[in-house]
Design a protein around this ligand. Structure first.
Ligand SMILES: [Zn+2]
Length: 267
């Protein structure tokens, strides 16, 4: 299982400039204003063009290519073949037009991309293990993260590129791990919206992955879907426990995962 999976990670870049004459996209999306429903990304290959495929896999027909630095208009994302790229190792593919897909492993974008409708087959397996957290427990002050929390943020971005993790603002008068830079909030979907379908499933996967690798990541507790799991002995064994704000989208952590790392003082 492990071996065959690793073999499936491929490089989607074409090694030649053969396809240069058929480059698609490029400047087409540049004119769209940011903040509109059109999401743009940038091709971040080392130098080679990036293949455009008719489906989310390098086994699908090559229907074009994109030069390094090209801007692409991303409609939505869907799961497919695992690809190791310059930005991440991921099985997310970005749909950039009807029958046109590029591996998200080579795409830079700061925008949240919706999951393609009807793309169904969400892979049930979790992303690979994160790197061990090498940073000692520490205190900082929001919006600055401790290095320990920043490590979790970085590993989350690699494992779940579709999930946006934010550093919180300082919250005066409140006890919060955010204030000491030891917590991040991660949104699989949109702020203030109950996630559904594949978006909810991705949040579930992230929660499972964080719990599984809490030791490696130095994660202390996670809140998601108004459930809290805490690594602390005595609580760990209880699994996911009901939290405090049932039915409230943000307070109940339905729209985001709260992740606290272990810290000298835990709030
Ligand atoms: Zn939080």
């Amino acid at each position: 299982m492990q071996v065959s999976k690793r073999k499936k990670i491929v490089y989607a870049v074409v090694g030649t400039s053969l396809m240069a004459g058929t480059a698609v996209g490029g400047h087409a999306a540049v004119s769209h204003a940011e903040g509109s429903k059109i999401r743009t990304g940038t091709v971040m290959t080392k130098s080679d063009p990036l293949s455009v495929r008719s489906g989310p896999s390098t086994d699908e027909a090559r229907v074009g290519s994109l030069k390094k630095g090209a801007k692409v208009k991303i409609t939505c994302r869907t799961k497919g073949q695992w690809v190791k790229g310059t930005r991440s190792t991921t099985n997310w593919w970005d749909k950039i037009g009807p029958g046109k897909y590029v591996s998200h492993a080579y795409i830079k974008t700061n925008l949240w991309i919706p999951v393609c409708k009807g793309s169904g087959s969400t892979n049930g397996s979790l992303p690979k293990a994160p790197r061990n957290n090498p940073h000692p427990s520490a205190m900082s002050q929001a919006p600055n993260l401790t290095e320990r929390a920043a490590h979790v943020r970085k590993e989350m971005a690699k494992a779940f590129p579709g999930i946006q993790c934010d550093v919180s603002a300082y919250r005066p008068g409140q006890k919060s791990d955010h204030n000491s830079g030891n917590a991040i909030d991660c949104f699989p979907g949109r702020f203030g919206v109950f996630p559904k379908g594949a978006t909810k499933k991705e949040g579930d996967q992230a929660a499972a992955w964080l719990r599984k690798y809490a030791g490696k990541l130095d994660v202390q507790y996670v809140i998601w879907q108004n459930k809290i799991w805490n690594k602390k002995p005595g609580l760990n064994e209880k699994g996911w426990r009901e939290h405090r704000h049932a039915g409230q989208v943000t307070l109940g952590h339905y729209d985001h995962l709260h992740i606290s790392v272990t810290a000298p003082v835990q709030y």
